[in-house]
Design a protein around this ligand. Sequence first.
Ligand SMILES: NC(=O)c1ccc[n+]([C@@H]2O[C@H](COP(=O)([O-])OP(=O)(O)OC[C@H]3O[C@@H](n4cnc5c(N)ncnc54)[C@H](OP(=O)(O)O)[C@@H]3O)[C@@H](O)[C@H]2O)c1
Length: 299
Amino acid sequence: MNIFITGGTGLIGRALCKALLAEGHQITVLSRYPENVAVRFGATVAAMATLDAWSPAQRFDAIINLAGEPIADQYWSDRQKKRLWDSRVTLTEKLVQCIAKSEHKPAVFLSGSAVGYYGDQGDTELTESSAWGEDFPAHLCSTWEKTALLAKTLGVRVCVLRTGLVLSRDGGLLQRMLFPFKFGMGARLGNGKQWMSWIHIDDYVAMVLKLLNDPTLSDAFNMSAPNPVTNSAFTRQLAGALHRPAILIAPKFCLKAMLGERSGLLLEGQRVLPAKFQKLDFKFLYPTLDSALANLLRE
Ligand SMILES: NC(=O)c1ccc[n+]([C@@H]2O[C@H](COP(=O)([O-])OP(=O)(O)OC[C@H]3O[C@@H](n4cnc5c(N)ncnc54)[C@H](OP(=O)(O)O)[C@@H]3O)[C@@H](O)[C@H]2O)c1
């Protein structure tokens, strides 16, 4: 297939591009730094610097849309919220306009979202049919999804990827947590009762490939492992896997004072089940956190 991918240089995009290249697909990556694409992937991967360069005559069989300003890295000022919004919703709007202009429509459009779509619903188990939440990430995700789903009106199969916390050796949440945990400074966040819906990067990539290749699949998919855990359990299991203690607690009021509204990313969570993948009898290589950590922390 000839595949167009935004966010191809990111944590998930890099792993996905590697898998797609191994399967023999042709890839074009949209990147603000196109010169880095050849350095990272070699000359066989094409780069596009802006969607203004999109040609209606160019044929893409599939589009995968993963671009997005990192959500946890900076204080959520109005300006930063606009960057988070524009890099997802506005970019997706432009992408749908490009699809509309294309002479050869892609067969499938896979577009990003996050489990933050559900907001904080406590201990409730959340499947793809659960309601969306009310906070900023939920509003961002639900609008991002609705924008992507507009491509259905163009006759394109659309899947939105409600992504959990992706665990990888190459970056993201796990690598950020490793430093303090390795020094015995790992801490439970607040009361530790908030849920963490996580997914091993290898399972995530396999799920994306399934969505890419199965023409019967469409709409929203929870992209997380079947066994979410609370923050307390995550803290305990990560410390245990590293043979370190984790007796500290990061109090809620400190996190709120330090991070403001962004503290919701740490103090609130979602207990998500990948119900549609479970119904497909998808075989998770790493269904439990212990199995994922054992693999990812192997020397
Ligand atoms: N990783 C997770 O745990 C997780 C969880 C839930 C949802 N997600 C979502 O899944 C998507 C991919 O995640 P990821 O972890 O691979 O993200 P990532 O490593 O932060 O990469 C995202 C990519 O988006 C592009 N990008 C960043 N800021 C941008 C901006 N202001 N405007 C336009 N493009 C921008 C970058 O590409 P260039 O620098 O090449 O332009 C970057 O490589 C993201 O949208 C993220 O929100 C991820």
